[in-house]
Design a protein around this ligand. Sequence first.
Ligand SMILES: C[S@@+](CC[C@H](N)C(=O)[O-])C[C@H]1O[C@@H](n2cnc3c(N)ncnc32)[C@H](O)[C@@H]1O
Length: 181
Amino acid sequence: MKNNLVIEVVRIGQRLVRDDRVTTHVALVSRAFGAKRIFMTEVNPEIKDSLEKINKTWGGNFVVEFIDKWKSIVKKKKEENFRIVHLTMYGESINAIQEKLRKEENLLVVVGAEKVPREIYELADYNVGVGNQPHSEISALAILLDRIQKGEQFEKIFADAKRKIIPTKKGKNVQVKETRD
Ligand SMILES: C[S@@+](CC[C@H](N)C(=O)[O-])C[C@H]1O[C@@H](n2cnc3c(N)ncnc32)[C@H](O)[C@@H]1O
């Protein structure tokens, strides 16, 4: 894996009918598929606690950061030389754009919940479609992260894990690290 690759994610908005579960899954996919941080607006604070518990058990230091305005983060990250990748069914095909994305070093991936503000299409460096059919921010994000890192994200070591899975053909094999607390 490219050592200097930094991927962060921002989720814009949340549906009126609360979709904490989807938001949590967007955060879980970000963490498990190699992103370092997720920014989110308008969410239940319990999501941050859940992800912190996951870090404690399964390692790493993935960060959940609550923000007021998605646009400020997008602009700040642009100034920090991140490329903005907006996932949208209307975008360029991921098959056509993936080689270019693999050459980038700092990426901020933007996913929506409902309809996203028009401005994001202009602010984005890449508007990327994972196919051109509507599906889900969870699947779109997972596929994008996998295409960029070509599966290498799964070789990543999550530091200071209390539990580590030893992959097995059948059953469950989990190494548990003894701690004093
Ligand atoms: C429930 S969908 C909303 C679909 C909506 N029609 C739109 O404006 O794209 C929520 C999010 O999932 C992601 N998404 C859904 N389908 C996608 C696709 N085919 N390609 C890329 N992203 C997709 C986008 O980030 C979108 O904002």
